[in-house]
Write a protein that binds this ligand. Structure first.
Ligand SMILES: *Cc1c(COP(=O)(O)O)cnc(C)c1O
Length: 366
């Protein structure tokens, strides 16, 4: 769909008439958890075919009126992004690679037959959201403001075709550490279900992918595991990714491997950042196929030293155990490996402005 948007929209502002009381907010910020609490404002922009993007505004956080026939409720035309804002030691505020989120958002939009949003408008909307609620940064160690830009089809129409009206919103949620005890090694369940097939929507960040992953996720939880892992749809052999995180494998010869982007894997921004950092550490970096059987054999022989998952919410998470219908195996000592910790510290340090950003990844917004 053509981009008819005007990237120089100005944002109308309606401050919240009764913002969260300071003591209530302080309690949230001292122990925010993940995705539980939301700030006082949200950004909203409307799209109408023929008119493009319009009516950009910052409004009080709250319910959105929706027609019961809105296309998203019936045919799931919805995409989203996830990124974080950080409060630096000097009081400034920065985003991590928001251009990459904007670009991926538009790739998702194209796959779901939705209108693109100019990258500058996407970033400005995120900036407006952060600045409206800049007093909502967690006070806990490792805290950040998690931002959730998303778009859905709002047109009231039950015929099956791409909708002609959409809403784009940004909401914000103060976030602590994703995992309560820092970064413990997680246990993974290899699902028999498929997340994405060739030609499907696996590379798009859309709600529909998550809807399809909930039964396997619930199954993993019921079996006592933390996350679900999906294999490829065609051969049910090659490791693809977790429900919402990409995977990396670390070997004893100083190489590191991650499944290649074949169209069924979500191209993570954390993944791409870690590939770059690993190269700079002098590691041999490979993007390729890795089978579940080989993974198990390499873990047993000691050739495989570490495995970790990565994504914006949890950044880097060590994998300690893998289980499937055919048995289970442990990785390394079951705790976080050396390289996993090194890469995690490097990336988190750059994101928080504690390590020099030599890549132009950090975008200062205040
Ligand atoms: C968002 C997401 C990731 C991680 O992407 P990041 O940009 O690193 O946050 C990985 N897999 C899936 C399925 C995702 O939705």
């Amino acid at each position: 769909m053509a981009t008819t948007a005007d990237s120089s929209l100005t944002f109308a502002r309606t401050p919240h008439p009764a913002p969260t009381a300071v003591d209530v907010r302080d309690a949230v910020l001292a122990d925010p958890g993940f995705g539980r609490a939301f700030t006082d404002h949200m950004v909203e922009i409307d799209y109408t075919e023929g008119k493009g993007w319009h009516s950009a505004r910052v409004v009080p956080y709250g319910p959105i009126p929706l027609d019961p026939a809105a296309a998203v409720l019936h045919y799931a035309q919805e995409i989203f992004e996830g990124l974080k804002a950080y409060r630096n030691a000097d009081g400034g505020i920065s985003l991590f690679r928001p251009e990459a989120n904007a670009e991926r958002f538009n790739a998702s939009a194209r796959r779901l037959a939705m209108p693109e949003l100019p990258a500058e408008l996407f970033i400005e909307a995120v900036r407006q959201q952060v600045m409206a609620d800049k007093d909502w940064f967690p006070t806990v160690e490792g805290g950040s403001m998690y931002l959730r830009p998303f778009m859905f089809a709002s047109e009231a129409f039950l015929g099956v075709r791409p909708a002609k009206e959409y809403k784009f919103l940004v909401i914000a949620s103060p976030a602590g550490n994703y995992f309560k005890s820092g970064a413990p090694a997680v246990s993974i369940w290899v699902s028999d279900y498929t997340r994405a097939a060739p030609g499907g929507t696996g590379a798009a960040k859309c709600g529909g992918n998550y809807a399809a992953s909930l039964v396997p996720t619930a199954e993993a939880f019921a079996r006592g595991h933390d996350q679900v892992l999906f294999l490829d749809a065609a051969e049910h052999k090659w490791v693809e990714e977790l429900g919402g995180m990409n995977l990396f494998f670390v070997f004893d010869d100083g190489s590191i491997l991650t499944p290649e982007l074949t169209g069924t894997i979500l191209p993570g921004i954390t993944r791409s950042s870690l590939l770059q950092l690993a190269r700079e550490e002098g590691l041999t970096v490979r993007e390729g196929r890795y089978s579940l059987d080989q993974w198990q054999a390499d873990a047993a022989s000691g050739k495989l030293l570490e495995t970790f998952a990565c994504g914006t919410a949890a950044v880097v998470t060590p994998v300690g155990k893998v289980a499937s219908q055919t048995g289970e195996f442990a990785i390394g000592s079951g705790g976080p490996g050396q390289l996993t910790q090194k890469l995690r510290q490097k990336l988190v340090g750059i994101q928080r402005g504690e390590i020099a950003d030599t890549h132009g990844w950090v975008k200062r917004i205040a």
